[in-house]
Write a protein that binds this ligand. Sequence first.
Ligand code: IYR
Length: 229
Amino acid sequence: MENSESKLIDGYPYIAYHKQEIGEIEMIKKSGEFLRWMDERRTVRDFSDKPVPKQVIDHLILTASTAPSGAHKQPWTFCAVSDAVIKKQIREAAEKEEYESYNKRMPDEWLEALKPLGTDWHKPFLETAPWLIVAFKRNYEFGEDHKKINNYYVSESLGLACGFMLAAIHHAGLVTLTHTPSPMNFLSKVLQRPDNEKPFLLLPVGYPAEECFIPDIKRKALNEVAVYY
Ligand code: IYR
């Protein structure tokens, strides 16, 4: 079992990891290109109904699932919805909650902060987008005899996986938006998820509408987000 490519450490199997080293000049070029490409990603709220193949959604989910997670528990379930009836149920339930939020729950300061983004309680994209991907966090697993087995850093793990998914969606030439209807328990009901799963984030996925406008907002500069020591 022991060779230069694999061995046991403390009784657990390990494999050698090889990564192609990139020279500094090429590294500066590549990291800059990646930055400029990622900087082109934008949150979009106006979707086309043009279909997206299921195989693409499989790839997006598997890419998200490459994210690191607490104790490598991979504590996520991604529900991908293309069924028009279920999308309608989700839209109706989300708009009901959002109507309450925008009109009663959210304080003026919050509503003011959202004004430049043009959001309101209407969520037509929940029906227009060809796919809705709902990320559920798995707070624990069911072991033998229904015994609860803990997962760790579940929210952090989900944040990482969803970040990976946003990059994958952008890379596929598609768009999304990070939708967090609040409260979002209705998603557990509509999608009939088990008790150990709680909804984390809803991502409509598709093409932007032919006529699509996004807020003219800027990202912070390096000196506003980084401190070097
Ligand atoms: N969940 C609401 C409100 C909302 C809140 C924040 I913070 C945003 O950045 C955007 C929207 C909604 O989805 O409209």
